[in-house]
Design a protein around this ligand. Structure first.
Ligand SMILES: [Zn+2]
Ligand SMILES: [Zn+2]
Length: 645
């Protein structure tokens, strides 16, 4: 600052409340020349910035405020006054001496106590520090060598950044609670002794010693946690068994405070990493993606959520939404959806349990499995594989979704329906026994697969099912063997399911009530005759249709058509629906959709729409056009079925 260049390096005599005092003038970059007069008074004893300035210019440190918040003897005639009171008194005294030119309010940042918001006065004091560089280097190397893996990997960068720019660590705290600093002072010979065992006398002169009253920073103590809890420094069986541990699950906000410290201290004291994988879990946000906070009022109390929806539903929701590196957006709808899943499981279990009379596992094992049994076993094996792979990669959402899809849409939607066929037909005891066996085996395995996600309901159901062992908690997690995969069963069952779905779709398109039994003819594709010969009754039950299988059939008049893997299905409509009314309805519907298609086409042909409208609106319009065109095609086909003359 040119204005004051002539004073820099000089000592000025300045009138003050303490009489005339000598003040040295220094120039420092920390001062903003645009702020006030561009000149400030520095107090290296009570401000971190001033402390740095003082260090740069060799200024003396005077402590005028004590640990009790009152002025010290160094404050002269203000000694003993409360700091706030003292400030007022000094201003008054300066005014009285005519030393105040003007007073302007301004904003600045003041440190406050995180609990009671009391203004904190910085004081210069002696503290214990750890030289962190030598500790950080091995901890950085451990991550580089993948002896410690941080998941998701993106956090590795943050870890390196912190560790490579690590600063000395102040580990002493003036608190009542904590590990006490193991240092003893001798006043007689003025020495400090750090000791592993408590000292009663000074090792140098035998005089009385007093232990440092400070305690260790809580993160220092926590950093020792992985091994100190296992009996370290003794070589205990626990330490051998549980150190290092496999996975540490934690939030990103303590990756440095805790995880990095555990890595540093673990490597230093035990020469081994404390854990192999660090899984950084997602943060729970509200449905709009907002961070939950008490002041916003969007906080979901987990206990209330569990009361409302059940602990299993809540836990499953968290897993299902925990995409790697993504935050969890939680909403009542999602939790409700997963509560429905628990109900689905409960009802499925009830159906199985109420059909187990006469079940004999040993006998059942000898029965030849049918296509559906082989199919569901193969699907289970695939699901076990998917879940295991997902868990190994910490993709909890993929694991949850796989077991959800399997249990709901394969076991419940298809296998249970198929099972009813043999369960309710006592005239085929073998088929019944075999079905019971598949029902029990697949459900029992699925429960074990689902157990980590829904611990309570799975245990409850498992205890009622035939099982081995005391608790599902200690039952082995399912494994999938390669030979459990049955591609033939999956392919054949896939065709059967597609045929059933096709007939159901026709029923829907023609608005035929669910209770009406349809009449259908199936012309099998070449090679599919045997498949339909055995699964015909299955298709009949699931599609609620009388089925005639005829390799030489052709489409009868007024029948709906579906083609599945080369096989053709004709569903008779005459006598089932009012053909004339349906024809009229379809024609009207076709007109409406045609108009809509024309309208959208014209809209999309206008350059001023395509070029000026937001991209997502144009894209949505294209999607709607495609949907309309697909619908038009379907309606036209349907009209063809009822329009045979
Ligand atoms: Zn406080
Ligand atoms: Zn001594």
């Amino acid at each position: 600052d040119r204005r004051y260049a002539q004073y820099v390096g000089k000592t000025l005599e300045v009138p003050s409340v303490d009489g005339t005092v000598s003040i040295r003038v220094v120039a420092d970059e920390a001062v903003d020349p645009k702020f006030g007069t561009g000149v400030i008074k520095v107090t290296p004893g009570h401000d971190p910035v001033d402390f740095e300035i003082g260090k740069r210019h060799g200024l003396p440190i005077r402590t005028v405020i004590g640990f009790d918040g009152r002025m010290t003897a160094a404050a002269g005639r203000y000694a003993g006054l409360d700091r706030f009171e003292c400030r007022k008194r000094i201003v008054d005294d300066m005014k009285a001496l005519g030393l105040v030119e003007r007073i302007e309010p301004y904003r600045h940042t003041v440190g406050v106590c995180y609990r009671c918001k009391t203004v904190v006065e910085p004081l210069v004091s002696k503290q214990w520090w750890v030289r962190t560089k030598p500790l950080a280097e091995p901890a950085i190397k451990a991550v580089r060598d993948a002896r410690i893996k941080i998941i998701p990997r993106s956090w590795t960068k943050t870890y390196y950044h912190w560790m490579e720019n690590i600063r000395p660590w102040c580990i002493s705290r003036q608190l009542w609670w904590g590990h006490r600093i193991p240092a003893w002072y001798c006043d007689r010979c003025d020495t400090v002794h750090v000791s592993r065992t408590d000292l009663a006398a000074c090792p140098s002169c035998g005089g009385a010693v007093r232990q440092d009253p400070d305690v260790l920073d809580t993160w220092f103590s926590s950093g020792l946690w992985p091994f100190s809890t296992m009996g370290w420094p003794d070589d205990t069986p626990e330490l051998r068994a549980y150190y290092p541990t496999a996975v540490l699950v934690t939030g990103f906000d303590i990756l440095f405070f805790w995880v990095a410290r555990m890595a540093m201290l673990g490597l230093h004291f035990t020469q081994a990493v404390p854990f192999h994988d660090v899984y950084i879990h997602a943060l729970v946000r509200d449905a709009e993606g907002q961070k939950m906070s008490k002041s916003k009022g969007n906080v979901a109390d987990p206990l209330e959520v569990m009361d409302r929806y059940g602990t299993d539903a809540f836990r499953f929701t968290l897993a299902a939404l925990a995409g790697l590196g993504r935050d969890v957006r939680i909403s009542d709808e999602r939790i409700e959806g997963y509560r429905n899943f628990t109900n689905k499981l409960w009802n499925a279990a009830r159906l199985v349990l109420s059909n187990l009379d006469g079940y004999d596992a040993a006998k059942a094992r000898k029965a030849e499995p049918a296509l559906a049994d082989r199919w569901i076993q193969s699907r289970l094996a695939a699901t076990v594989g998917t879940v295991r792979t997902a868990l190994r990669r910490y993709r909890f959402n993929d694991a949850a979704s796989a077991v959800y899809q399997f249990l709901w849409h394969e076991y419940c939607d298809w296998y249970l329906e198929i099972a009813k066929l043999s369960l309710y037909h006592a005239e085929h005891p073998d088929a019944r026994l075999r079905t019971q066996h598949t029902l029990v085996e697949v459900l029992e395995t699925t429960l074990r697969l689902l157990h980590p996600f829904m611990p309570f309901i799975t245990e409850e159901v498992w205890q009622r099912l035939p099982h081995r062992g005391e608790s599902i908690m200690i039952a082995p997690y399912p494994k999938a063997a390669r030979n459990q995969h049955d591609p033939t069963a999956e392919r054949e069952m896939g065709v059967v399911m597609d045929v059933v779905t096709a007939v159901r779709n026709i029923r829907g398109a023609m608005r035929i009530a669910d209770g009406v039994t349809l009449t259908a003819t199936l012309r099998p594709a070449r090679g599919a005759e045997a498949l339909f010969a055995t699964t015909g009754p299955l298709v009949e039950t699931l599609a609620r249709a009388r089925l005639r299988i005829d390799p030489r059939a052709s489409r009868p008049r007024n029948s709906a058509l579906a083609v599945v893997a080369g096989s053709e299905i004709y569903v008779e409509l005459a006598g089932v629906i009012d053909l004339a009314a349906e024809r009229a309805r379809l024609q009207k519907e076709i007109e409406r959709v045609k108009e809509s298609v024309e309208f959208r086409k014209r809209k999309l042909a206008r350059p001023e729409f395509v070029e000026r409208a937001p991209a997502e609106i144009v894209a949505r319009e294209r999607e709607r056009l495609a949907a309309d065109e697909a619908l038009l095609e379907k309606l036209t086909a349907s009209l063809g079925w009822v329009d045979d003359r």
